[in-house]
Design a protein around this ligand. Structure first.
Ligand SMILES: NC(=O)c1ccc[n+]([C@@H]2O[C@H](COP(=O)([O-])OP(=O)(O)OC[C@H]3O[C@@H](n4cnc5c(N)ncnc54)[C@H](O)[C@@H]3O)[C@@H](O)[C@H]2O)c1
Length: 286
């Protein structure tokens, strides 16, 4: 493995934490976003999180300085990607935006660079042909919050070389994560397919008035031993994301059972996206 420099594209919910995790793990990181305010937020988050570790005695002042020195933020995709050995794209979940980004990255990055998408549902075979290096394109799927969750799914597309998969499995371990290798592309990969079955049922039970939000989450937490119930987890991952994912799926399949449920549609329409907006299934203090 000769991955030293990682470019993270998109500094939102996922990207800002992936970038920090990579810097903490010893990689040189360039984090980029089209939105300057988002980048500033990502920078402030990193400073605060590292400051916290310093205060708790988990890191020395020198370590914090070294990590900060490795973590670069820029609005320029060119600057962020030109020396990358690995790109982790964590931009908005819209296929056309990702295809355009991968075409641009293909032109900017060195020929050996691996281009990975963190997309939860867009398989890399929908993107790989926008580049001249499909053998180096795959899904590298992190979980939210990326600093905390250990799992990264490494998904081999039909175009992805074995060498690329092996390299990304190795980088994943070097990033302090535990990879699950997914041998074939499938909608939702592994963990989210199981999660989706549970959230769908949670929303169905709520829509039918069978149980309250709190009681549904309570049943899953205390009956199944999950750390979080499905509805509180949707608040964490984002109801807007869930809505967009389900609508994209519905557009693909035309199957009414893939449509978002009323519990999701109503909250989406009201801008109640979950924790990020202060309100979703639950209310959050600012
Ligand atoms: N939120 C989750 O729980 C989660 C978990 C795993 C994977 N993902 C995947 O990660 C990706 C990002 O999700 P998110 O929740 O972080 O979204 P987000 O909306 O929080 O962040 C996306 C960021 O991408 C930026 N962006 C948009 N177009 C861009 C471009 N052309 N160049 C650079 N930046 C651009 C936006 O400004 C925004 O800051 C998606 O593909 C999603 O499927 C999300």
């Amino acid at each position: 493995m000769d991955i030293q420099t990682i470019c993270v594209v998109g500094a939102g919910n996922m990207g800002h934490q992936i970038a920090l995790q990579a810097a903490i793990s010893g990689f040189t990181v360039y984090c980029t976003d089209i939105n300057e305010a988002t980048l500033q937020k990502a920078k402030d988050f990193a400073a605060k999180r590292l400051g916290g570790r310093l205060e708790k005695g988990k890191m020395s002042a020198e370590e914090v300085d070294v990590i900060k020195g490795r973590l670069n933020f820029t609005v320029s995709l060119e600057t962020a990607a030109k020396d990358a050995d690995l790109v982790i794209e964590a931009a908005i979940e819209i296929l056309d935006i990702k295809r355009k980004l991968f075409a641009d990255l293909d032109k900017i990055c060195p020929p050996h660079a691996i281009l990975a998408t963190n997309s939860s549902y867009i398989v890399s075979s929908k993107i790989a042909d926008a580049t001249s290096r499909p053998d180096k394109v795959l899904n590298m799927h992190w979980f939210n919050p990326a600093l905390v969750m250990k799992l990264v799914e490494v998904v081999k597309g039909p175009h992805t070389s074995e060498e690329t998969v092996e390299t990304v499995l190795e980088v994943t371990r070097a990033l302090g994560k535990v990879p699950t290798r997914v041998n074939k592309e499938i909608y939702g990969f592994v963990a989210n397919r199981v999660f989706s079955a549970i959230t769908k049922e949670g929303c169905y039970l709520l829509d039918q008035g069978i149980a309250s939000i709190e009681d549904i989450d309570n049943a899953v937490r205390n009956g199944l031993g999950h750390p979080m119930g499905p509805l509180e987890l949707l608040d964490l991952t984002g109801i807007d994301l869930e809505y967009n994912v389900l609508m994209e799926r519905f557009k693909d399949t035309g199957d009414a059972k893939d449509k978002p449920s009323p519990a999701i549609v109503e909250r989406y329409a009201l801008g109640k996206y979950g924790r990020k907006t202060g309100s979703g299934f639950y209310e959050y203090k600012k």
